[in-house]
Design a protein around this ligand. Sequence first.
Ligand code: COA
Length: 332
Amino acid sequence: MTTAIRAKITAVGTYVPPRVLTNADLEKMVDTTDEWIMERVGIRERHLVDKGVAASDLAVEAVKNLLASHPFDLQEVELIVVGTVTPDMMYPSTACLVQHKLGIKNTWGFDVSAGCSGFLYALNAGVKFIESGQYKKVLVIGSDVNSSMTDFTDRAVCIIFGDGAGAVLLEPASSDGEGIIDHVAQIEGMGGEFLFMPGGGSLNPASHETVDQKMHYIHQDGKNVFKYAVKKMSEMTERILERNQLSGQDVDCFIAHQANRRIITATADRLGMPLEKVIINIDRYGNTTAGTIPLAMRTALEEGKLKKGDLLLIAAVGAGFTSGATLVRWAF
Ligand code: COA
């Protein structure tokens, strides 16, 4: 837990595509209502890409927005880690495409596939490189184009997801106490049957048959995912607080993966955390998979709910199942 060098987040940039799909729009596409979606999930609208826009494009825009708020020489970036389950293509990695589009010369990178925990897992991987002492600037990105694998005739799925991206810059922390304090994570592969995309991989390579059977879409057992998410989000947050001798009262700001408003508030409740400390923007963006946590960081900063010195608790649960939590002493 204690390392000589700590990593800190020094900048955040986000991007969502301009096109908005509202609940009213969805009412015209499937048998649903604004009231049902708001009550059961908490989403009012989500942003979707236009044809030809991919995860790397959203990622690049997020990095450009990060640069606008925190100018620095991009050529100093030594590593790019991208969390995504909707890469532009099976290969090359989205990290390679982002590197090329941004023209960063002396860097390397890779993608992390961890469903809705993708950003958190990418963040924790990036942190370890900073903590090694060999890296001074790491870009961690979460980017997903969920509309590329959404069946817009499946009302239980198409209401939930949106497209979006976010990026953070990791650098060594200069003062004691600031930065990424600790993280916990766990994968439980039995969850694979509840949330998955069966087509297009080596098991079911794309064919007319896989497309006819809608195997290139998100398959979800919402009820089981919901139950697991509520249980695991609490378990991970309690575990990380306990092993750092902290309680929910010590946390200044709580950012949970935005999958369902009820999952977030149930976790906050369990931690005894008042809603003012909980960041919720799922109403505006829906579930953007690896995009939600940096998008929520941006919301927290804009709303003045995350300030230098604050103790930030981040938690995520996603397909896999994957889960994790991270504790941060916010540094700017
Ligand atoms: N509009 C209206 N009714 C809908 C609907 C929609 N968009 N989607 C499902 N329903 C219906 C169901 O058909 C069902 O009808 P029935 O009772 O006649 O069979 C009823 O609503 C209740 O369905 P249920 O699946 O029990 O609803 P729910 O309260 O569990 O909510 C989810 C469904 C998907 C919103 C919820 O389970 C969920 O959020 N799960 C987690 C999903 C998730 O987070 N995925 C990403 C993981 S990171």
